[in-house]
Design a protein around this ligand. Sequence first.
Ligand code: SF4
Length: 89
Amino acid sequence: MHRAAKRPSHSAHVGGFRIELRRRAEDSAALRALTRICPSACFRFGAGDRIEFSSENCTLCGTCRQVCGATGEIAWFAPDRIAASPRLA
Ligand code: SF4
């Protein structure tokens, strides 16, 4: 049976949130700055000088969400929290 190659993952689940790196044609200066300012060193330069994301030590400080809020390269979702929330009347 043929199995598709596993796609590189650029998202991570942290504390009930999913943080997703949404690549653009080029990494923005804001995204590149996260290699210096993420307090948990979750962003680093990888192959082709592109930014890679690993949530290993993420503390959900929110810095990446703020810094890349205008570029759309970092998205946060809360699927676990949404599923656990009571329905709105
Ligand atoms: S939430 Fe904070 S610690 Fe986690 S990846 Fe973003 S900047 Fe780094």
